[in-house]
Design a protein around this ligand. Structure first.
Ligand code: GLU
Length: 493
């Protein structure tokens, strides 16, 4: 039987890191086994459904490169893939369970249920639907139940959990899990408005969509015994289950918005590469080989093994993501990086540059930053003349001869041919040697004049990329306008 797995998000907001990890592991498993990866939207809780969330999930997964084989946006043989479009099926299946005595009607009002819970609190017992004291098919005569239903009395359908037995399943990651049926609630399956709960819809869909493996977060483990009972009641073969380890913040608290961004979209906006994000998320709970951490999607697919996923919670460490992203920045082809940088520059209002120039700038600066947009912020001087100068740095390297030297440096630049870093370096070395000075006596001021900053890539490499004209222009502007104004304001001591 060919592998079929599904990513089944509830459209209650943006796709977050945890959802991405679940989607990715399903994807890797499907691709590794040549199976199908299906998107199903679980929107039975209409109150929590957020408009636009489905599009966001699909678009975000497309951005990272996870393509589905079936889903609401592409169709497929077992649709519709949106639960709110399958209500009739759930109703029929709930009816089937009623007929088999595996489920029953209950007529309790919210107030009655609240009083039941209150009694249980006072008696110190765990809250659970008390089948034998409430108003339902067990406590009311059959004719009464029929009459109430015929009158249109609001009723839910509950699962009749067997009274005294063990419910067992084998989790691919965690091994055997056993729960006693007394610890399982008579779960509502169909609400009085005709909508199914998560449990009913999930099981019915996994069956009718021929899902072979359910791969989902650890928080769903308590639901699984209920699902097992449902499969039994229907007489269906359950899929295999694999529950993925919890994700934690570095301080071991539950991953949450309060600790910074968790929405994949936020990472995208900050300029992380989809490859880096996927690589990072892939290692939250699994590592293909002990000796390295950078993997392409193809490698992840080739190595993926569900049974090798850890049980222990995985820590989401942003510093590691930054490190990984920096590795990708250093390795991705320059053509691709230039293409990605272009819209960022446009958004910042910088002039347009040919891709060749962008590639040279990226090659110059990519060792010094973690994320592509930082090329445009840290390296702003490669696109526009510096707008701010680190004058403290300038003063630290000030000497009375400096203005004269800089005038001569303009001359030097003009006569340097070819305008290459090595040639520039050699000529400036001679220049300072003739004046009995070390190279830094001119390099530091030049760096400030050309970039506005005290740090950056090698200054001669920077000059080469900026080009002769631009360097001379910046130097002249500095000598003619900025320096006199600065000296007037704060004369050197
Ligand atoms: N709709 C559930 C969620 O939002 C799916 C859980 C499952 O995969 O069964 O995570």
């Amino acid at each position: 039987m060919s592998v079929r797995v599904r990513f089944a998000p509830s459209p209650t907001g943006f796709l977050h890191i945890g959802g991405l990890r679940t989607a990715l592991y399903n994807f890797l498993f499907a691709r590794h086994h040549g199976g199908s990866f299906i998107l199903r939207i679980e929107d039975t809780d209409q109150e929590r459904t957020v408009p636009g969330a489905v599009d966001n999930i699909i678009e975000t997964l497309r951005w990272v490169g996870l393509e589905f084989d079936e889903g609401p946006h592409i169709g497929g043989p077992y649709g519709p893939y949106i639960q709110s479009q399958r209500l009739e099926l759930y109703r029929q299946q709930a009816q089937l369970l009623l007929e088999r005595g595996a489920a029953y009607h209950a007529f309790d009002t919210p107030e009655e249920l609240e009083r039941m819970r209150e009694r249980q609190r006072r008696a110190g017992i765990a809250p659970k639907y008390d089948r034998f004291s409430m108003r339902n098919s067990f406590t009311l005569p059959a004719e009464e139940v029929q009459r109430l239903l015929a009158e249109g009395m609001p009723a839910v359908i509950r699962l009749a959990v067997p009274l005294d037995r063990e419910v067992r399943f084998t989790d691919i990651i965690r091994g055997e899990i056993t729960v006693h049926s007394r610890d399982i609630d008579d779960q509502v399956l169909l609400k009085s408005d005709g909508f199914p709960t998560y449990h009913l819809a999930n099981v019915v869909d996994d069956h009718f969509m021929h899902i072979t493996h359910v791969i989902r977060g650890e928080e769903w483990i308590p639901s699984t015994p209920k699902h097992i009972l449902l499969y039994e009641a229907f007489g269906w073969e359950p899929p295999q289950f694999a529950h993925l380890p919890l994700l934690l913040n570095p301080d071991r608290t539950k991953l949450s918005k309060r600790h910074g961004d968790v929405a994949v979209e936020d990472f995208r906006r900050q300029g992380y590469f989809p490859e880096a994000l996927l690589n990072f998320v892939a290692l939250l709970g699994w590592n293909p080989t002990a000796d390295r951490e950078l993997f392409t999607l193809e490698e992840l697919i080739a190595h993926f093994e569900l049974s090798k996923v850890n049980r222990a919670a995985a820590i989401v460490d942003r510093r590691k993501l930054d490190w990984m992203n920096a590795q990708y920045l250093r390795q991705l082809p320059l053509e691709r990086l230039a293409r990605d940088l272009e819209p960022i520059l446009r958004q910042m209002g910088y002039p347009e540059y040919p891709p060749e120039y962008l590639m040279r700038v990226i090659a110059l600066l990519r060792e010094r930053v973690d994320r592509l947009p930082e090329i445009a912020t840290f390296g702003d001087y490669m696109f526009v003349p510096p707008r701010q100068y680190d004058w403290d740095y300038f003063r630290a390297h000030w000497r009375p001869e400096l203005p004269q030297w800089l005038e001569e440096a303009v001359e030097l630049l003009q006569t340097t041919e070819p305008f290459h870093a090595a040639v520039l370096q050699e000529r400036f070395r001679q220049f300072v040697a003739e004046r009995g000075q070390p190279l830094r006596a001119i390099v530091h001021p030049l760096r400030l004049i050309l970039t506005g900053k005290s740090v950056g890539a090698g200054i001669f490499e920077t000059m080469e990329v900026l080009g002769k004209r631009e360097c001379i222009q910046r130097l002249r502007h500095f000598l003619q306008e900025l320096l006199p104004a600065h000296l007037e304001q704060s004369p050197p001591a």
